[in-house]
Design a protein around this ligand. Structure first.
Ligand SMILES: O=C(O)CCC(=O)C(=O)O
Ligand SMILES: [Fe+2]
Length: 353
C-alpha cells in the first residue's frame, strides 16, 4: 500500500475535514458517554441504574465507551501483540489465509465500503468454528453451508490467544445485551434466543500510515449490520461518529483499556428506531499505524429481524419490514468483497412504506 491508488479516493463530500496531522493531533470529543461497569462485579448489583445510562447513550448516540469491563488488560495486550506480529508478516504469508468468495473469514486487503477501497488490511474469524450460513444470497434457496476459520501457522500462539480473547469479549457482549434488554423494559434474557447458532465474528483491523490521509479513509462511513459491536482500539485514534441529531462528525477519544460499544442495524430494527445505529468512519494519518479489534455480535442465520412486538403499538407502528439475517449477511459479504453495481446494502431497504 505505497502510493495512493485511485480506488482509495473518496468523493469530495466524504473526505475527512479533520484528519490526523503528522504530530497526531486531532479534535477530541468527550461527548460520547463513558459508562463504568464496575458494579457488575457484584452479582447482586441492581442493574437498573446502568441500564438507564445505556438507554440514554443508545438513543442519543448509539455509541458509548465502557470502562472496568472485567476483561483482563493482560489478555488485551497479549492479543494486540500477536495481531501486530501477524500483520508484520509478508503479504505472501498473510495471503495463505486469505478470504475468498465462499469463505469470508481470514486475511483480506481489498475491502470496499460503499464501493471505495478502505486503507486497511484485516483478519476475520468466526466465534463458532464452524458457523452455519446460507449457501447463496437467493431468497428461495434454503441450502446451508458450514464455514470454518482459516488460521495462520504464524505467530505460533495466534489461534490460541485470539480464541481466548474472543470468548472473553463474547461474555462482555452478552452482559451488555442483557443490560440493553433491561433498558428497554424487557426481561434480561429476552434477546438471547436469537444467538443459538450465532454468526458473530471478530475482526482485526490494521491501518498502515497513509501518504494522502486527506483523500482516503481507513473505513468509509457505514453503520454496523449486526446487533452490537464491542471494539477495542489502541491509543492512536481515528474513529469518528456521526451525531444522531445533526450528522456532524465527532472523533472518539482513544482509550486502549476501554471498549467502545455501538448499536448495529439489527438492534435499531428490533427497537423500532428507538436506539440508533450510528454511521461511523475511520480517518488515517501519514505517520502512525493503527490497530483496532471489533467484535460483531450477530444472530443465528435463521433469525428474522423485525421490530420487537413488545415495542410496537398503535401509536408506534413498525418502521421496518421483516428480513432474514442470514440472507442479509450473505449479501453484505459480497458487497464488501468487491465493487458492486449498487452503492450499498443497508436496512433502509426494509423501511416500512
Ligand atoms: O477501527 C475502528 O475504530 C472502527 C472499525 C469499524 O468501524 C469496523 O470495522 O466496522
Ligand atoms: Fe464499523
Amino acid at each position: 500500500m505505497g502510493v495512493l491508488d485511485e480506488a482509495f479516493i473518496q468523493a469530495p463530500e466524504h473526505r475527512p475535514k479533520t484528519h490526523l496531522t503528522n504530530s497526531g493531533d486531532y479534535i477530541l470529543s468527550n461527548e460520547i458517554p463513558t459508562i463504568d461497569l464496575s458494579s457488575l462485579q457484584d452479582p447482586h448489583c441492581d442493574k437498573t441504574a446502568l441500564a438507564a445510562e445505556i438507554a440514554e447513550a443508545c438513543m442519543r448516540w448509539g455509541f458509548f465507551q465502557v470502562i472496568n469491563h472485567g476483561l483482563s488488560l493482560d489478555l488485551m495486550r497479549r492479543v494486540e501483540k500477536t495481531v501486530a506480529e501477524f500483520f508484520s508478516l509478508t503479504l505472501e504469508e498473510k495471503r495463505r489465509v486469505k478470504r475468498d468468495e465462499v469463505n469470508p473469514m481470514g486475511y483480506h486487503d481489498g475491502e470496499h465500503t460503499k464501493n471505495v477501497r478502505d486503507w486497511k488490511e484485516i483478519f476475520d474469524f468466526f466465534l463458532q468454528d464452524s458457523t452455519t450460513v446460507p449457501a447463496t444470497t437467493e431468497p428461495e434457496d434454503t441450502e446451508l453451508r458450514k464455514l470454518t476459520n482459516p488460521w495462520p501457522q504464524n505467530p505460533s500462539d495466534f489461534r490460541e490467544v485470539c480464541q481466548e480473547y474472543a470468548r472473553e469479549v463474547e461474555k462482555l457482549a452478552f452482559k451488555l445485551l442483557e443490560l440493553i434488554s433491561i433498558s428497554l423494559g424487557l426481561p434480561g434474557d429476552r434477546l438471547t434466543g436469537y444467538f443459538k447458532d450465532q454468526t458473530s465474528f471478530l475482526r482485526f483491523n490494521h491501518y498502515p500510515p497513509c501518504p494522502n490521509p486527506e483523500l482516503a479513509l481507513g473505513v468509509g462511513r457505514h453503520a454496523d449490520a449486526g446487533v452490537i459491536t464491542v471494539l477495542a482500539q489502541d491509543s492512536v485514534g481515528g474513529l469518528q461518529v456521526s451525531r444522531r441529531s445533526d450528522g456532524q462528525w465527532f472523533s472518539v477519544k482513544p482509550n486502549p483499556d476501554a471498549f467502545i460499544i455501538n448499536i448495529g442495524n439489527c438492534m435499531q430494527v428490533w427497537t423500532n428506531d428507538k436506539y440508533w445505529s450510528a454511521e461511523h468512519r475511520v480517518v488515517v494519518n501519514s505517520s502512525k499505524e493503527r490497530f483496532s479489534m471489533p467484535f460483531f455480535l450477530f444472530p443465528s442465520h435463521d433469525t428474522n429481524i423485525e421490530p420487537l412486538k413488545e415495542l410496537i403499538s398503535e401509536d408506534s407502528p413498525p418502521c421496518y419490514k421483516k428480513y432474514n439475517w442470514g440472507k442479509f449477511f450473505a449479501a453484505r459479504n459480497r458487497s464488501d468483497y468487491k465493487k458492486l453495481q449498487t452503492e450499498s446494502i443497508q436496512i433502509d431497504r426494509f423501511k416500512a412504506a
